[in-house]
Design a protein around this ligand. Structure first.
Ligand SMILES: *Cc1c(COP(=O)(O)O)cnc(C)c1O
Length: 371
């Protein structure tokens, strides 16, 4: 049994240099402006919009509140088509708006909503589609938009995994009506806790900026029951520093992915996924699929065997959102409706993936899988 110091975790936060962070903190202390659209908040919004190649972006205090706010801003009601194969916050955002989630199965090769199965789930109550770019692998955004246009539906992308992901040089974050990001500590780019919404025009940004500040338009006008989801100056400053090193971190992650692929490609019953042609990957996750019959161990056996050696992967996403008590009773939550999602949730394992993994770590991880 490995001791705690020997533990290899699934993820590790990208941290700014402490001296540089202290220098920015000194600026905040001197200005005494610690939150409410301060200079670092404004700077980070500008720098992120540039880095991500998006026209407008609004910072949030986490990645869940922009989902909730996006639905509110577009006045989405009734039913929304979404994926069961995601982090639970995706569906929770619907619940918080009194919307009924309708789960549609995923494509087993992309882990994303299968566009071919969306139309059959549309009813007169359907108002929007909420897909997820799972593991940062882009959804079929053209096929989804075509369906949305045909039926007059809005599209809100949960792009929590898709920081910096581009298709042929264009950001995936401009697909649909709105996209949301998470800057949680476990993500490729973090502001400790944090998030953002990406929108197409200045008017929408103004409205979103108001909704994340209780709905305040000016000192005496509140236009809607907004929420408080403003990012403070301390985390904005931290975010500015992390943005300068995120490319280096993604480069390090890429090397990890290449090492995994090379080492695991020939193992019977273990499936790895290649980069997609034309896509700028962010290497946010490294999922493998375990075929128990061919590999000789089930996913769960491998997962727990690895833990005994101090290697902590993550069964991500397991269970499916549709399997949690809140959503289990829905007509769309059945195994018959979601065969691919059910199969993948039982066989997927996300291997440790972060910028700080060493060659020694990788050898240890790989040998636990080879055993
Ligand atoms: C992380 C994540 C969220 C939630 O983000 P928080 O910043 O933790 O609130 C939402 N959706 C997906 C797919 C995520 O991975």
């Amino acid at each position: 049994m490995a001791n705690d110091n020997n533990k290899i975790t699934v993820t590790s936060p990208l941290l700014p240099d402490l001296d540089e962070f202290n220098a920015l903190l000194k600026e905040i202390w001197d200005s005494k402006w610690i939150t409410n659209n301060g200079q670092f908040h404004q700077r980070l919004e500008k720098e992120l919009a540039e880095y991500l190649k998006v026209p407008y972006l609004s910072l949030f205090t986490n990645g869940t509140l922009p989902l909730i706010t996006a639905l509110q801003a577009l006045r989405i009601t009734g039913e929304v088509i979404t994926t069961p194969y995601s982090f639970v916050a995706t569906t929770h955002s619907l619940w918080w708006n009194g919307i009924k989630p309708v789960f549609v199965d995923i494509d087993p090769d992309t882990f994303n909503l299968d566009p071919a199965k969306i139309e059959a789930a549309i009813t007169p109550k359907t108002t929007a589609i909420m897909p997820v770019h799972c593991y940062g692998r882009p959804c079929d955004i053209n096929a989804i938009q075509e369906i949305a246009d045909k039926y007059g539906l809005k599209v809100i992308y949960d792009a929590a995994h898709a920081f910096g992901v581009e298709i042929n040089g264009e950001s995936v974050l401009t697909a649909g009506d709105l996209s949301t990001l998470s800057f949680h500590a476990t993500k490729v780019y973090n502001t400790v806790e944090g998030g953002a919404m990406v929108m197409h025009d200045a008017k929408t940004k103004e409205r979103i900026d108001q909704l994340k500040n209780f709905g305040y338009v000016d000192e005496t006008t509140v236009m809607a029951p907004g929420i408080n989801s403003k990012m403070d100056e301390i985390r904005a400053a931290y975010g500015i520093l992390n943005l300068r090193q995120v490319d280096k971190a993604i480069e390090a992650r890429k090397k990890v992915a290449e090492r995994y692929r090379e080492a695991l490609a020939d193992i019977e019953g273990i499936k790895v996924f290649d980069d997609i042609q034309g896509v700028r990957n962010n290497y946010s996750y490294f999922p493998i699929l375990v075929n128990a019959e061919k590999y000789g161990r089930s996913r769960n056996e491998l997962y727990f065997d690895m833990q005994k050696e101090g290697v902590f992967g993550r069964r991500y996403f397991y269970p499916l959102i549709s399997d949690f008590s809140t959503y289990k009773g829905l007509a769309s939550s059945t195994k018959e409706n979601l065969p691919n999602a059910y199969r993948i949730t039982e066989s997927v394992l996300c291997l440790p993936m972060h910028h700080a993994l060493t060659e020694k770590d990788l050898e240890r991880i790989i040998s636990t899988i080879r055993k």
